[in-house]
Write a protein that binds this ligand. Structure first.
Ligand code: GLU
Length: 213
């Protein structure tokens, strides 16, 4: 299990997210990624195999515009370390970062494939992105409840939906996740060090407690 950072603010959040990932580098990881949603409901994503520095370089060339975003450092449990397996994973309207292991992902994957979902990565996490798209009828809280009722295992999740460019939604079970409350900006992180620069007002999520920014 590695790192998650998320932010919603009145400014572009890519730099906040990538700086947060740098603060989590001490934990070790094999790949990294970041996704933001812009006010036009467009999702922008950058992923890389290797160091977070590669995200800095990619964003310096092509800035990520968007005030809501999620970022991840991965320690592979299912699927080799690669850019295709790096998080965030996407499906339709959604982008997802995940720390932990989805134990029933094989049966979920078979069901989703039978409904026409195509899997691009080798990760257990991709089932979560597709489950969000599968259950979504316009209400992200309702969708989150349906998804966590289907998955077994451990998870800290940060989720973006293009229909809600000013919100992220997060949950945890048996994997750490905190919420940070700032001045008109909010954060999530798997470890407080990732967001201490922005707020000291920290809330520790309980298992299956859902946070919406
Ligand atoms: N099980 C997921 C994967 O292999 C998440 C690993 C992690 O916690 O970084 O992609």
């Amino acid at each position: 299990m590695c790192g998650i950072v998320g932010a919603v603010a009145q400014r572009d959040v890519a730099e906040i997210l990538i700086n947060g990932l740098h603060r989590l580098e001490y934990r070790g990881y094999d790949s990294a990624g970041v996704a933001v949603v812009d006010p036009n409901h467009e999702l922008h994503r950058v992923r890389c195999l290797g160091k977070v520095k590669a995200l800095d370089e990619a964003v310096a060339v092509k800035p990520l515009i968007g005030g809501t975003g999620i970022a991840h450092t991965r320690w592979a449990t299912h699927g080799e370390p690669s850019e295709a397996n790096a998080h965030p994973h996407t499906s339709g309207n959604f982008a997802v970062v995940h720390n932990g292991i989805i134990e029933n992902y094989i049966s979920l994957k078979k069901k989703l494939e039978s409904k026409g979902f195509e899997f691009i990565s080798e990760t257990d996490t991709e089932v979560i992105a597709h489950l969000f798209e599968y259950y979504y009828k316009g209400d992200i809280m309702d969708t989150m409840i349906k998804v966590i009722n289907r998955v077994e295992g451990s998870y800290a999740l940060g989720v973006l939906c293009v229909d809600y460019p000013d919100q992220f939604i997060a949950v945890r079970k048996a994997s750490p996740m905190i919420v940070g409350l700032g001045d008109e900006e909010n954060f999530i992180a798997s470890d407080v060090t990732a967001i201490l620069k922005h707020t000291r007002d920290i809330y520790y999520l309980e298992d299956n407690e859902i946070a919406v920014s």
